[in-house]
Design a protein around this ligand. Structure first.
Ligand code: SAM
Ligand code: DTB
Ligand code: SF4
Length: 328
C-alpha cells in the first residue's frame, strides 16, 4: 500500500467538519475515497456479527432504544444473560459464515461484579480462542472491570457517544455525556481498543453530527472503530415516528468520519437494511470498511444474508458458508 500522505489530526473545529460534510457530494466522496485508499485496503470490508447476550429491561432511558425499561409499549421479550457455551457456539457459527469479529451486547446501565461478569469473561476468552476479535458493550465500566476484560483478551469495548454534547440531553437523561467519556477513558487506560460512534436521524442538526465527530476525532488516539448508525425507529420508543433518513445523509456522515479519522475502521451499522445494495456500496466507497453481518442486530432485523451475499459478490469479496452467522 502507498504510504499515507495526510497527517492524522486531533484539533478539528466544528466549522471545519461542517464544511467538509457540506462539500458538493461528488467532491466529498472523492476526497474521502482518496483518504480511505491511503490508509486501508479498498477491497477489504470486515464482517462483524452482533449478538444480544442480555436483552431488554435496561434502566437507562435512551429515546431510540427498544431495550429501555422506560419504553413499556415496545414489543420485546426480555431475556436473562445467555450461557457462555451457547454464546461461544454462536460465535463459531458466525466465524464459519465469514465473520471476523464477534460483538456481544448487554442491556445494562453498568457492569456489576459477580457471576454475570464472570460469565462475560468466559465469553470473551471463548471468542478469542476461536481466533476472532471480541467486542463487548455492557454500559459503564470501572477500572478493575476493564482490567479483567483486558486480561481476558478483549479486543474492543463499544460505548457510543450517540450524538453531540449539545443534543445528548434530548435523547438520554439518566446519564451524562461526562459519564460516557469517563468509561471511554477507563477502557483506553487498560489498552482495550475503543469502538465509539453514534446515531444519525434522531432530529439532530448537521452541526450536532459534526460536533459528535469533533469529540471523536479530537481523541488521541482516535477510536480504532467508529460505528455510524442510522436510527432504526422502533414502535413504542419515543423516536418511533421519526422518518428514515435519506441514505445520502449516511453517505455524507461516513465520508466525513473517514476524512477526520483516516485510520479508524468505520462501521456501516444499524439502518443498513433500509439501504439498497448500491447505496451501501456508495458508503463503502466513501470510507466505510465494516458491516454488521447476520439476520439481526441486537433486537431489530439487519440486512438479510441473501442480500449480503449479493453485496459481497458485487464487490468481489468471498462469503463462506451461507448459514446465518447468528443462527443458534
Ligand atoms: N447498554 C449498552 C450501552 O448503551 O452502551 C450497550 C447496548 S446499546 C443497545 C448499543 C448501541 O446501540 C447504542 O449506543 C446505540 O448507539 C445503538 N442503538 C440502540 N438502539 C438503536 C436504534 N434503534 N437505532 C440505531 N442504533 C441503536
Ligand atoms: C453500534 O453502534 N450499533 C450496534 C452495536 N454498536 C452494538 C447496535 C445497533 C442496535 C440497533 C437496535 C437493535 O437492534 O436493538
Ligand atoms: Fe440501555 Fe444501552 Fe439501550 Fe440505553 S442504549 S437503553 S443503555 S441498552
Amino acid at each position: 500500500m502507498r504510504p499515507a500522505i495526510r497527517t492524522t489530526r486531533h484539533d478539528w473545529t466544528v466549522e471545519e467538519i461542517v464544511s467538509l460534510h457540506d462539500l458538493p457530494l461528488l467532491e466529498l466522496i472523492g476526497r474521502a475515497n482518496q483518504v480511505h485508499r491511503e490508509h486501508h485496503d479498498p477491497n477489504k470490508v470486515q464482517k462483524a456479527s452482533l449478538l444480544s447476550i442480555k436483552t431488554g429491561g435496561c434502566p437507562e432511558n435512551c429515546a431510540y432504544c427498544p431495550q429501555s425499561a422506560h419504553h413499556r409499549e415496545v414489543d420485546l421479550t426480555r431475556d436473562r444473560l445467555m450461557d457462555p457455551a451457547r454464546v461461544v457456539a454462536m460465535a463459531a457459527t458466525a466465524k464459519r459464515a465469514g465473520a471476523e469479529r464477534f460483538c456481544m451486547g448487554a442491556a445494562w446501565r453498568q457492569v456489576r461484579d459477580g457471576k454475570d461478569f464472570d460469565a462475560i469473561i468466559e465469553m470473551v476468552k471463548g471468542v478469542r480462542q476461536l481466533g476472532m476479535e471480541a467486542c463487548v458493550t455492557l454500559g459503564m465500566l470501572k477500572p478493575h472491570q476493564a482490567e479483567r476484560l483486558a486480561g481476558a483478551g478483549l479486543t474492543a469495548y463499544n460505548h457510543n457517544l450517540d450524538s453531540s454534547p449539545e443534543f445528548y440531553g434530548k435523547i438520554i437523561t439518566t446519564r451524562t455525556y461526562e459519564d460516557r467519556l469517563e468509561t471511554l477513558a477507563t477502557v483506553r487506560a487498560y489498552g482495550i481498543d475503543l469502538c465509539c460512534g453514534g446515531i444519525i436521524g434522531m432530529g439532530e442538526t448537521i452541526c450536532d453530527r459534526a460536533s459528535m465527530l469533533q469529540v471523536l476525532a479530537n481523541m488521541h488516539p482516535h477510536p480504532e472503530s467508529v460505528p455510524i448508525n442510522a436510527l432504526v425507529p422502533v414502535a413504542g420508543t419515543p423516536l418511533a415516528d421519526r422518518p428514515r433518513i435519506d441514505p445520502l445523509e449516511l453517505v455524507r456522515m461516513v465520508a466525513t468520519a473517514r476524512l477526520v479519522m483516516p485510520g479508524s475502521t468505520v462501521r456501516l451499522s444499524a439502518g443498513r437494511s433500509a439501504l439498497v445494495r448500491e447505496a451501501q456500496i456508495l458508503c463503502l466507497i466513501a470510507g466505510a470498511n465494516s458491516v454488521f453481518y447476520g439476520d439481526t442486530l441486537l433486537t431489530t432485523p439487519n440486512a438479510e444474508i441473501g442480500e449480503d451475499a449479493e453485496l459481497f459478490a458485487a464487490i468481489g469479496q468471498p462469503m463462506f458458508d451461507p448459514v446465518s452467522p447468528t443462527a443458534a
